[in-house]
Design a protein. Structure first.
Length: 227
């Protein structure tokens, strides 16, 4: 990831702001879930904010942001999976355990009876309040800053693992490019960018469904306007 010359102090301040916000949202979700008796509800979070030529991305969970630069896919975020060395170390330091269950690495929360356990396939996210008591699942985001490259950066795809579980980064970028190319043939493309982005997102959702994805498939495509 091509980091900017943003000062360490500025990036630290932005990271703290994102972290405070993510924690507040997580607390509200957990409080409401407790009031409703829903200990298992949870979700991931992914946010990108453009400020001038800088793009800031914050994520907690296995949702993913991918930038298309000069036709090539470039990840803007890191999937928070339990098997990542730093994630596993954090979970184990909190008294939790990481195990491979039916081919998928999961956070394991032993239950009081000592014979059963709850599992979760992400190491960060909102909700899942039964995993929050010992901080096994963290709401804290990773935050990165990227200097955008005018004309070279065409678009970004933000999506949940329902897409990324069956569609590769480059494959997604190629499909979005194909959809956009169809729209650029229109003389009024500058007024059709929103429609092109929506159509590209719909095609990605369709591709994931056609490949049998049974998970949540949420996709947002953002086109950069360098005119």
């Amino acid at each position: 990831m091509e980091l900017t010359s943003l000062s360490p102090e500025a990036l630290s301040a932005l990271s703290e702001a994102f972290t405070r916000t993510f924690r507040r949202v997580d607390q509200r979700i957990c409080t409401e879930a407790e009031a409703r008796g829903l200990p298992h509800d949870g979700t991931t979070a992914l946010v990108s904010v453009q400020v001038g030529p800088l793009l800031y991305t914050a994520n907690a969970g296995d949702c993913r942001a991918v930038l298309c630069r000069s036709g090539r896919a470039m990840r803007l975020s890191r999937d928070h999976k339990p098997e990542l060395p730093e994630e596993r170390s954090r979970i184990e330091a909190c008294g939790g355990r990481v195990a491979n269950v039916r081919g998928t690495w999961r956070v394991v929360l032993p239950l009081a009876d000592g014979c059963t356990a709850k599992v979760c396939s992400v190491s960060r996210g909102f909700g899942d309040r039964d995993f929050k008591a010992d901080s096994l699942i963290s709401p804290d985001p990773d935050v990165a800053a990227l200097l955008l490259a005018p004309q070279r950066d065409a678009f970004a795809v933000h999506a949940s693992d329902g897409l990324w579980g069956v569609v590769g980064d480059q494959e997604a970028c190629d499909l979005v490019t194909e959809v956009i190319d169809k729209f650029t043939c229109m003389t009024s493309f500058s007024r059709q960018q929103a429609a092109a982005a929506k159509a590209a997102a719909q095609e990605l959702v369709k591709l994931a469904r056609d490949r049998g994805s049974m998970d949540d498939i949420t996709v947002v495509v953002t086109l950069f306007d360098w005119e």
